[in-house]
Ligand binder design. Sequence first.
Ligand code: CO8
Length: 261
Amino acid sequence: MSFENIILEMDNAIGMICFNRPKALNALNNALLDELDTALDQVLANKEIRVLIFTGTGDKAFVAGADISELTQMDALAAKYFSRKGQKIFSKIEALPFPAIAAVNGFALGGGSEVALACDFIYASEKAVFGLPEINLGLIPGFGGTQRLSRVVGRNRAKEMIFTGNTITADKALEYGMVNQVCPHESLMEEVQKTARRIAAKGSVSLRAAKEAIQAGLGCDLETGCLFENDAFAITFASPDAKEGTSAFLEKRKPEFGGNI
Ligand code: CO8
């Protein structure tokens, strides 16, 4: 399927989804969300992929939120379905069996911050702007923002951001722990690609197990999380990649992980 509102690239182990509606600052409309869902299925079907990067077309925006002109055409029921559709797709990103990195190259407002928060971590251009300004439209975040923001930046900061609708700079997002690294605008993609390549060189079984254990632990108590880790550890221990990694260490060579799953 060819896409009109996103660009999907898959280059060996690294996939990239680029939100591509630059005239509307890459705002998320129904058509874009449908394409995003299909693109995620295509990435999932490609067993080579170990890392997925999200970014936005153009120099100005990652994603400026849900498409406000489309929202104004909806009744409450259509809005409920649209919100649920976005929530499900963003949960699918969070549950990908490999890491997802958001390369935030500009405005990440409303749905833009929400999709970035569904990724495993965020690198931001120094020009990036984050925020959940839905309150200024008489709305609230509807793509998981009320849930994920507080888990990432803490209850009080999330409440302040959501109640005021204020935006924050990339540096403030770094201070809040929302962003892992702030990069010069021109070198954002290079830095993200560098990290993506480092991750992609690891074993797919251990990458998947690490992500699943961390995600599972965030939703339960510490002891239950440790039990989950214990099972995940046993699975990685039995994998060909564990044999390769430990042998390579003892033989003083670089490991070559091959086990795609
Ligand atoms: N939706 C639709 N079009 C948009 C959006 C958007 N979110 N953001 C920007 N655009 C369009 C503008 O209308 C403009 O189009 P045109 O050239 O045809 O007039 C074009 O993009 C360029 O935008 P600006 O001229 O406004 O550019 P500025 O540099 O002056 O401002 C801003 C950039 C600050 C990003 C500004 O565009 C802005 O404030 N945008 C809206 C940000 C916002 O409020 N986002 C939250 C949206 S609501 C949301 O995300 C809810 C998610 C959950 C939904 C659940 C569904 C029910």
